[in-house]
Design a protein around this ligand. Structure first.
Ligand code: THU
Length: 130
């Protein structure tokens, strides 16, 4: 199943009673498998989790720690943009050239690389004293 269909399907499962903004994410692991996630909100609002975080958690729990592409979908007027925290989470498991596709339900899509989404990303190199 392509990333798009997987993300559309998992978006339906989103638990978003507070924002009413359902998000679906599908990421492809280096193993070729697709891992999906949806946003899961909480009455204590900051405890909610993003769709991308769910997909990453499933990938890692399945034994894969590298991702090669990702797609995020929502019923938004503009291609849905991963939040700052999710950009950093995606960068943990993907190289700078990994393509992230952001799309609306009606097909308004935009693709950017991780480097474009998170310029100047904090990385392991920043902790090396050399
Ligand atoms: N959300 C995601 O799941 N992913 C994104 O990339 C953007 C925002 C969720 C978080 C929250 O449940 C809802 O969308 C509104 O911010």
């Amino acid at each position: 199943m392509p990333l798009l269909e997987a993300a559309i399907a998992v978006r339906e499962k989103a638990y978003a009673p507070y924002s009413n903004f359902k998000v679906g994410a599908a990421i492809r692991g280096a193993d070729g498998k697709i891992y999906t996630g949806c946003n899961v909100e909480n009455v204590a609002y900051p405890e909610g989790t993003c769709a991308e975080a769910g997909a990453i958690a499933l990938m890692v729990a399945s034994g894969e720690t590298r991702l090669t592409e990702a797609l995020v979908i929502a019923d938004s007027p503009l291609p849905v943009s991963p939040c700052g925290g999710c950009r950093q989470k995606l960068a943990e498991f993907g190289t700078a050239d990994v393509k992230i596709t952001m799309t609306t339900l009606d097909g308004n899509a935009r693709t950017m690389t991780l480097a474009e989404l998170l310029p100047g990303a904090f990385g392991q190199g920043h902790m090396d004293k050399g």
